[in-house]
Design a protein around this ligand. Structure first.
Ligand code: BDR
Ligand code: CA
Length: 309
């Protein structure tokens, strides 16, 4: 098995942290670069969190900060879910310093040095950094094997009735990626709802022993607030779903679909209008992840992260 070279763009973020640990623990993926945007909390915090999360694994890889705001506006943070510190109050030792430079430049440099159709580009936050990289050097799209995003929804949103948080925070940037003409897989809210975490599940997972990363992941899972959308029974674990697709697509049911962004000002801005049943007869521009084998997903997550230092 040759590991897939990956770039991960993220905004840690509680579920981003768990997603990063899953990626770094998985031999299927060769994470070459992590870039950071503001999003769940401000950029200074998301960058510090990315450094701490990666630092805890003992791995050395470039972490580069980027967008402090979206292409057209300021990011809106989500402290009610992720806490003021972005990690639900779970304290980690300070990580290694950021690499110098700006995320979009680092993404372009990584892609320029790569073979055609070789890099898996994973977006776990507002995808401003990725859009800036491709908008400024579109020819680099041919280096992409697949873009994998946690973004959007085919039913209702979570930050507005219409829009999912990452899509809403930079809909123009998401539109750039949807129009890149490269394979793109999307884990929407409707998919991540199937990665549902309850207190019982966390208690069962906690029976497994592990290192500092596993203990911190469990602390984060205990800290995350139960969601009103799900009757306060638990919460969906979003971002690790995108990583799991890059590791093992066999965990998912998927179909090709067309996604158009609602970019208009107004109540449905940021909505991902997803044509699951080909009503518009337009070519598909993504692979829509529709179903998840949650049991196997959580088993993979636990086995892998528990194996980290
Ligand atoms: C997405 O929004 C963020 O709060 C999470 O990290 C995830 O990427 C879910 O809507
Ligand atoms: Ca995220």
């Amino acid at each position: 098995m040759t590991p897939k070279p990956c770039i991960i763009d993220c905004d840690p973020g509680t579920d981003d942290a768990i997603a990063l640990w899953l990626a770094l623990a998985s031999p299927e993926l060769d994470v070459r670069l992590v870039t950071v945007a503001g999003g769940n909390v401000g950029l200074a915090r998301t960058s510090a969190n990315a450094r701490a999360v990666i630092g805890l694994t003992g791995r050395t890889l470039p972490i580069v900060a980027g967008a402090e705001r979206s292409l057209l506006a300021d990011f809106r943070a989500e402290p009610a879910v992720h806490g003021q510190d972005g990690l639900g109050g779970v304290r980690l030792p300070e990580g290694p310093p950021l690499a110098p430079g700006v995320a979009a430049d680092a993404i372009r440099a990584e892609l320029r040095a790569a073979a055609p159709a070789s890099v898996t580009v994973i977006g776990l936050g507002p995808v401003t950094n990725l859009a800036l990289a491709f908008a400024t050097e579109p020819a680099l799209a041919d280096r992409v094997a697949e873009i994998v995003l946690m973004s959007g929804a085919w039913t209702e949103g979570n930050i507005t009735p219409a829009a999912e948080f990452n899509a809403w925070n930079d809909p123009e940037a998401l539109s750039v990626l949807l129009n890149l003409g490269r394979p793109l897989a999307m884990a929407t809210l409707d998919l991540t709802a199937q990665a549902f975490v309850t207190p019982d599940l966390v208690a069962r997972m906690a029976e497994r022993a592990g290192g500092a990363c596993w203990r911190a992941a469990l602390d984060i899972l205990r800290a995350l607030p139960a969601s009103k959308r799900f009757g306060h029974r638990g919460f969906p674990l979003h971002d690790p779903c995108a990583i799991a697709w890059a590791i093992d697509p066999g965990l998912f049911g998927a179909r090709p679909a067309r996604c158009e962004m609602d970019l208009a000002a107004g109540p449905s801005r940021g909505r991902t209008v997803i044509d699951r049943w080909d009503r518009l007869g337009r070519p598909a521009n993504l692979t829509l992840l529709e179903t998840l084998d949650a049991e196997r997903f959580f088993a993979l997550l636990a086995e892998r992260i528990a194996g980290l230092p």
